[in-house]
Ligand binder design. Structure first.
Ligand code: GDP
Length: 406
């Protein structure tokens, strides 16, 4: 597995901003579900009994982690329970993420829970992108949402897209890096059409592109010099600097669309791939049991001894699943590993990768990956290692960005 092409991400949002709808669309476009039922009728956040909703949401969102592929990248989408303030559960789910999408409503903007989840992500140093959803709604205003992100979340938020059309007439987005217009075609928006920017938006696009460049030039002297010297700036330069600033959590690029109307979700997946870190770009640490307070750096290397954490346990008709993030080394089907809390050796007889609509039995998985182990006896938060008394992840350490600029 090429670790550089793995993204372990979560989606956080204020309730009703469209996190579920967006997750479903992501799975659909990544080919993981083949039919989207418009289960939520009105499409404006109104009326439906909660239980009914849960039922209709069905299998797509019942997994604590789902794997999907996007343009040769593997994305593990981890469910982050975002609606509650600090709990061990939230803490664990944030601990296993390398990056996140913060979903905001184009009308409601930064709402109370947006602030809560953003605070949690800050605490866990999770690099993030913002996605302004519900661009089709009456009263949607991405510019005031960006302003609110700056003021209420204190983030250096910058628009990477502009809307084409407004509210009911929202048609697509201008990509301010490529300076192209992106539209969705097909009943479910399954294909993307790329065109020149509409003439009446050109000036505005130039203006916002300039704002974007000025913002990222703060993080890169070479870019600043190019700008001052009026030299051409490549898309690659912009992507590289944005990625660095996002990973250092200095910067929040802002994207927009309408999950419900199937608009501009694929460009968001491109942004995940371009700007959120791979497991090699964040460092994780564990506790050395031999010396209190000593942190040990974990290496995302399959050839080192195993260090993995069971971050979530679920029980359904198929039995018990322990969702596990592997930080170092690898797990193998039939292998036995030590639970660091109990000291007991446990056999991992079945490993699965969860997809929205099926589970795939696998033989092995290595550092950087997220899988589920079937039928082991452990508690949520337990660490497994190939050696006893090796490393514990019990006291959760915050990940640190590793920036490798070429
Ligand atoms: P969650 O609570 O964040 O998971 O939000 P849901 O995905 O359940 O969405 C809440 C409501 O907003 C549902 O009625 C959705 O149909 C609706 N919704 C989601 N995305 C959009 C959108 O892009 N536009 C509009 N108008 N409604 C949306």
């Amino acid at each position: 597995m090429n670790l550089a092409k793995v993204r372990n991400i979560g989606i956080s949002a204020h309730i009703d901003s469209g996190k579920t709808t967006l997750s479903e669309r992501i799975l659909f476009y990544a080919g993981r579900i083949h039919k989207i039922e418009d289960v939520r009728g009105g499409g404006d956040g109104a009326t439906m009994d909660h239980m009914e909703l849960e039922k209709e949401r069905g299998i797509t969102i019942t997994s604590a982690a789902t794997s999907l592929e996007w343009k040769e990248h593997k994305i593990n989408l981890i469910d982050t329970p975002g609606h509650v303030d600090f709990t061990v559960e939230v803490e664990r789910s944030l601990r296993v993420l390398d990056g996140a999408i913060l979903v905001l409503c184009a009308v409601g903007g930064v709402q109370s829970q947006s602030m809560t989840v953003d605070r949690q992500m800050k605490r866990y140093k999770v690099p993030r992108l913002a996605f302004i959803n519900k661009m089709d709604r009456t009263g949607s205003n991405p510019f005031s949402v960006v302003k609110a992100v700056r003021e209420k979340l204190g983030a250096d938020a910058v628009l990477y897209q502009l809307p084409i059309g407004k509210e009911d007439n929202f048609k697509g987005v201008v990509d301010l890096v490529e300076m192209k217009a992106y539209y969705n075609d097909g009943e479910k928006g399954e294909t993307i059409r790329v065109e020149d920017i509409p003439a009446d938006l050109k000036e505005q696009a130039e203006e916002y592109r300039h704002e974007l460049l000025e913002a990222i030039a703060m993080y890169d002297d070479a870019l600043m010099e190019k700008m001052l010297g009026d030299e051409p700036i490549s898309n690659e330069d912009i992507h590289k600097i944005t990625r660095k600033a996002v990973i250092e959590q200095a910067f929040t690029p802002v994207f927009m669309g309408s999950a419900y109307k199937n608009k501009s979700v694929q460009p968001l997946l491109d942004a995940v791939m371009r700007y959120l870190p791979s497991p090699t770009e964040v460092s994780n640490y564990g506790n050395d049991p031999a010396e209190e307070g000593k942190k040990v750096k974990l290496e995302p290397d399959a050839n080192k001894p195993l260090v993995a954490m069971g971050f979530k346990i679920t029980d359904d008709e198929y039995g018990q699943l322990t969702y596990t993030r592997i930080y170092q080394g690898k797990v193998e089907k039939g292998g036995s590993y030590f639970n660091q809390r109990t000291g007991k050796k446990e056999r991992f007889s079945r490993l699965v990768r969860m997809h929205s609509d099926k589970r795939e039995e696998i033989d092995t998985a290595s550092a950087g990956d997220i899988i589920a182990v079937m039928g082991i006896d452990c508690a949520s938060g337990d660490t497994y290692c190939s050696e006893p008394n090796y490393i514990s992840l019990e006291n959760i350490f915050v990940a640190e960005p590793v920036i490798k600029m070429s």
